[in-house]
Design a protein around this ligand. Sequence first.
Ligand code: PGA
Length: 253
Amino acid sequence: MRRTFVVGNWKMYTSPSSAIELATAVASGVGGDDRVSVVLCPPFPFLAMVGQVLRGSKLALGAQNCYHEAEGAFTGEVSPTMLTDMGCSYVILGHSERRRILGEPSTLINKKVHKAVEKGLKVIVCAGETKSERDAGQAHEVVETQLRDSLHGFPHDKLNQLIVAYEPVWAIGTGVNATPEQAQDMHAFVRQQVAKVIGEAKAAELSLLYGGSVKPDNAATLLGQADVDGVLVGGASLKADQFLPIFRAALPF
Ligand code: PGA
């Protein structure tokens, strides 16, 4: 059985007080329900305080990025160990905003993936094509290449620490989500590609998340696709009254 995930990526939003307020509202809405894994990924400075709110709850804490060394003279960077020390169990790596705006190539993301996994974090590795790549018929090739390079050498005995997110760049923050058919098509493709490396049985167990304008009104249909095992939510994760209906849409009937 694949685990279902609802992950909130708060990006560079919230303040100390609104982060606490949001985490408190989400935690109380989720309550003791652990049929779905809910992960909140606040900005680095708020990890500790959000972690405090989540203590004793069923929700997990995640970060939006990390560096690929355990420690050292790397001004401005945050190590995987610092994240686990703060109570994080997840980290998002290879988000398209980091790939495009911060210029992170898959080779760098691969180093981060290895170090984060070695230090015990579960990694949510993202891939997705731009609009022009999709229009040019290159979507599958782009996603395949990003994932192959980002996941190169992933330790087979740590596959329970791997989650993959398909996030078409053209759907992120635009209000235009991939259609359920587009999401399912790409997720099935991703699972096939992963199966080539880790075998079909293991690939069948991998949780594949969809991200890109997930909202309360489209979550259920997206989550209803055979190979969509969860959602990575940006904008709608910033309001409990939008995030909680998405969480409820992910619950089994
Ligand atoms: P969005 O962001 O839900 O605001 O489109 C998704 C993401 O970037 O993870």
